[in-house]
Design a protein around this ligand. Structure first.
Ligand code: 5GP
Length: 203
């Protein structure tokens, strides 16, 4: 049976994470993308149950009380969270689990599931580059763009805590770099199957 592993990516909204993941999905199989639950408004083109599970604030707060979340955080004044159940299942199935969550979520999961995690921080080469992308994609109000830029600066301060950082200046190259990271995840010494091999050598 395969051992589960987690690819956890973070980075400012608009840095190209979703587009890079679309590239990744064409090149890998047997993965599970963790679909988060959020109270933020659904954007044009987003599908409920595919991009996110969109719920009301009341619904989300009830789920917090009922202990449904593995982790949750307030980002840009909205709630975002990862449900426990599907992740437990994916771990038992030995899948590669992909998370796109913020820095707060990264800290929480690192505490509880650090042994499974390979973390990657994705960003643009400058704040103005990110601002231009957010303006160009035209999905957020000017006020939201300013909030996202301020949040990006806070997150950048913690980028060094991740295993890898990708500066997404060239989308194709950055996507290939992310794929390379995935392909070496299996070689990590922390992987359980290597522990078994080492054990069989020394005993
Ligand atoms: P967006 O609104 O642009 O889709 O996402 C905003 C931020 O929320 C991104 O940094 C994204 O990584 C983060 N995010 C999405 N889902 C989750 C989640 O389940 N937990 C946490 N902690 N952050 C999340």
């Amino acid at each position: 049976m395969n051992t589960a592993s987690i690819l956890l990516i973070s980075g400012p909204s608009g840095c190209g994470k979703s587009t890079m993941l679309e590239y990744i999905y064409k090149h890998i199989s047997q993965y599970y993308f963790s679909i988060s639950t959020t109270t933020r408004a659904q954007r044009v083109g987003e599908v409920d149950g595919v991009d996110y599970f969109f719920v009301s604030k009341e619904h989300f707060e009830k789920d917090i009380q009922n202990g449904h979340f593995l982790e949750w955080a307030k980002v840009h004044d909205n709630y975002y969270g990862t449900s426990k159940k599907p992740i437990t299942q994916a771990i038992n199935d030995g899948k590669l689990i992909i998370f796109d969550i913020d820095v707060q979520g990264f800290h929480i999961l690192k505490e509880s599931m650090g042994r499974y995690i390979t973390s990657v921080f994705i960003t643009t080469k400058s704040k103005s580059d990110l601002e231009n992308r957010l303006i160009k994609r035209a999905k957020d109000s000017p006020q939201d763009i300013q909030t996202r830029l301020a949040n990006a600066a806070i997150e950048m301060k913690q980028a060094h805590e991740y295993d890898y950082i990708i500066i997404n200046d060239d989308l194709e190259q950055s996507s290939k770099n992310l794929l390379n990271i995935i392909s070496v995840m299996d070689l990590k010494t922390s992987d359980t199957k290597h522990k078994k091999l080492i054990h069989s050598w020394v005993n």
